[in-house]
Design a protein around this ligand. Structure first.
Ligand code: ADP
Ligand code: MG
Length: 698
């Protein structure tokens, strides 16, 4: 087995079968055919697959791998893998090392245990995984990982990768058409790029293990606020604690080996919250990488005595975690189509593409919102921290000005940023960006890309990305249809941009998205504000959405209906687990502690009385604690009833609504009684580690 280098720089991509390795190990003609196939030119023949598979196997075995697996992303939001050994027995009782092109290209996991939303009956267990040769294979542990798409026996997508790949093709097709009309005839392909900033919490493993809610539900279901929260705002970008820094170093090394370029890392706003951002890459690879990031954070945390929480809202009262999806489009000639250049007002290609994004986002705000809908994110969107549930677009000063000029005639100039003067002669003047940042916007233009910030920290980036790709592809298709017929493209393109600026100005908003004022203004503008997850998921199969996805061949009607059903079921299942976990903790840990404390107080009162003393505090506390304990007991009963009712509902949507309307309020009642008790009961008797301990102790 080869020895691994120790310098970070030499570690990058060391476990990836990347272009450099392929160039070395594949015959020249095979390498060039395969390179063409990966950008959509030509088909993978069995012969070629055999040669690639054999080179992969040799490389993997030299690196100590013993197994290979098809690695895919079913609708659980997680990844799945089934390992097979490279070794096959021979009739003479020996073994040979084998890995054919067929094994590389296609796998056959039993699909019956993965969510399918009725696309596949359980007796039809067959599912297929198909190698996605656009995302490189890599080695983790002793296994060669082969990124794959996952579909049913009849070819329906059962995963997140298939629609993502389809959407990338759809966007490319329409963008290339538009670019051709605008004179960019050398562009053969437009690639969507993605950089996903990942937020997460770290808690000490010792505390985690004593909290069944963290173990089973990934978030705290109980917990009175810590006396100190995030009000000092001293955690954000604060100095990294030694233990955290060691953890991050380790994470980086692991990710670097897998070719994931983890670049920035810092403390986030909430105590115990952190962020990791990789360098962006092709959306499909970036989505695979984000799964590796989440997995690596969780695995590495354990080695450092932490547990990494990827839940959107692990702690009430402090900020939750999101995933910022930085998204753009780049041509195969290397041009970032969302780069405005220095004079955006006369950059026609940029303005048309920007216009398409704005039109897509306004027209399909509801489906974009739905990509960020899950149980965890419900605690964030609409609360005053994350972007609200209202989709709007932040363009910044310069572009807003250009759009305003467009609506009132034509764009003649671009505002400049100028220099930042700090008034200190030894510090250099800093060129000021033409646009400030707006941290509250759900969809912000940030210089040369859009940042979609609604997405939850635990979610796959595939959903937001395939949705964004599809809605932009749709707007580009309309533009291409128009421009291809045009006799004067320059003038007509101007007209189109002007029309978009006028028609979609309601979606543009540069102000504070967290305030109540915006909620009212957005309502006046007619922008949807869908706060609840269930309501949002129900929009997935709106007629216009079905037509949109079918038109661009990203989903069939059945696939989209199945997806909605899976997501709704997932919502109910998650809340059901939370409610049952809550009941278990409340009945078996919190109630007993409260009753014990009442007993202690009662006997103290007796002892005091025997000694001829009356202690007011004992009686007062006893009275409050026993009243709240009864309240808790009542709330537990009510929650049990609500869960039982919701479970037996008929359709997935009815059940999900019932969990939302009955179970969630009943859970809140249990929590509020228990949290009040936590502030009164003897800390020595309280069964759960407190918020203060979990958030502040390292
Ligand atoms: P901030 O926290 O200010 O948003 P970060 O540096 O943390 O900035 O994250 C910016 C992310 O955007 C990085 O992952 C970066 O690679 C990504 N990014 C930059 N340019 C593009 C682009 N053209 N397409 C997609 N993502 C991009
Ligand atoms: Mg960001």
């Amino acid at each position: 087995m080869e020895k691994q280098p120790t310098q970070l720089i030499d570690l990058f991509g060391i476990n990836v079968f990347n272009d450099a390795v392929m160039r070395q190990r594949l015959p020249k003609n095979i390498f060039s055919s395969f390179s063409r196939i990966r950008v959509g030119n030509g088909e993978l023949t069995p012969g070629l697959a055999d040669v690639v598979a054999s080179a992969m196997k040799d490389w993997a075995i030299e690196k100590g791998a013993t197994h290979f697996c098809h690695w895919f992303q079913p609708m659980t939001g997680l990844t799945a893998e089934k390992h097979d050994s490279f070794l096959s027995p021979t009739p003479d009782g020996k073994t040979i090392v084998e890995f054919s092109g067929r094994e590389l290209i296609k796998g056959e996991p039993d699909a019956s245990s993965f969510p399918s939303g009725g696309l596949r009956a359980t007796f039809e267990a067959r599912g297929y995984t198909a190698w996605d040769c656009t995302s490189p294979v890599f080695i983790k542990g002793k296994t060669l990982y082969i990124p794959c798409a996952f579909c049913s026996y009849t070819g329906e997508a059962l995963d997140n990768k298939t629609p993502l790949l389809r959407s990338m093709e759809a966007l490319s097709k329409q963008a290339v058409r538009v670019l051709k009309t605008l004179g960019k005839t050398d562009v053969g392909q437009v690639i969507t790029t993605l950089g996903a900033e990942q937020e997460y919490f770290l808690v000490d493993r010792g505390y985690f293990e004593r909290r069944l809610d963290l173990v089973l539900a990934g978030r705290t279901l109980f917990g009175a606020p810590s006396p100190r929260g995030q009000e000092m705002e001293d955690h954000y970008f604060g100095t990294l604690h030694e233990r955290i820094a060691a953890f991050m170093n380790d994470v980086n090394t692991e990710l670097w080996k897998l070719g994931v370029s983890a670049k920035t890392q810092h403390n986030e706003v909430a105590p115990a919250q952190y962020e990791l951002a990789p360098i962006f890459t092709t959306a499909n690879v970036a989505t695979d990488h984000n799964q590796l990031v989440m997995e690596t954070l969780q695995k590495t945390a354990l080695r450092h005595g932490f547990v990494c929480l990827l839940h959107e809202k692990p702690f009430a009262g402090v900020n939750g975690s999101g995933k910022h999806n930085n998204w753009s489009m780049v041509t195969d000639t290397g041009v970032n189509l969302l780069d405005p250049g220095s004079t955006p007002h006369d950059n026609m290609v940029f303005l048309v593409l920007l216009g398409a994004v704005i039109r897509g986002v306004d027209k399909y705000a509801k489906i974009l919102r739905a990509t960020a809908a899950n149980t965890g994110n419900e605690h964030r969107l609409g609360a005053n921290e994350a972007p609200p549930a209202i989709v709007s677009v932040f363009l910044g000063e310069q572009l807003t000005d250009i759009f305003a000029q467009l609506t009132s005639g034509g764009a003649k100039s671009s505002k400049k940023g100028g220099d930042l003067k700090l008034g200190i002669s030894t510090l250099p003047p800093l060129p000021k960006d033409a646009t400030d940042r707006n941290r509250t916007s759900p969809f912000a233009f940030t210089g040369n890309k859009f940042e979609f910030r609604m997405v939850g920290s635990s979610q796959s980036t595939a959903g937001p990305c395939f949705t964004l790709n599809t809605i932009v592809a749709d707007a580009l298709m309309e533009i291409a249809d128009e421009l291809e017929k045009s006799k004067n493209v320059a003038a007509d393109a101007q007209k189109i941009i002007k029309r978009i600026a006028a028609e979609h100005s309601r979606i543009l908003f540069n102000g504070d998205n967290y305030g109540e004022k915006w909620v009212q203004e957005a309502a006046q503008r007619g922008l949807p504000n869908i706060r609840s997850t269930v309501e949002s998921l129900e929009t997935i199969t709106d007629k216009s959405h079905v037509e949109l996805f079918v038109r661009h061949k990203v989903f069939s009607k059945q696939e989209l209906y199945a997806r909605e059903e899976i997501l709704l079921e997932n919502y109910s299942k998650t809340i059901n687990i939370e409610a049952n976990t809550m009941l278990s903790i409340a009945k078996r840990q919190i109630l007993p502690a409260c009753m014990e404390y009442c007993g202690c107080l009662a006997s103290s009162a007796g002892v005091a009385a025997d000694a001829g003393v009356t202690c007011r505090a004992i009686h007062k506390t006893l009275e409050t604690v026993s009243r709240l304990t009864d309240e808790l007991d009542d709330a537990i009963e009510a929650l049990q009833t609500a869960v039982a009712m919701s479970k037996t509902m008929g359709k997935p949507v009815q059940s999900a609504r019932s969990y939302r309307d009955r179970v969630i309020p009943a859970m809140q009642a249990v929590r509020s009684a228990a949290d009040a008790l936590e502030t009164l009961v003897d800390a020595g008797l309280w069964p759960l580690p407190s918020y203060a301990e979990m958030l502040f102790l390292r």
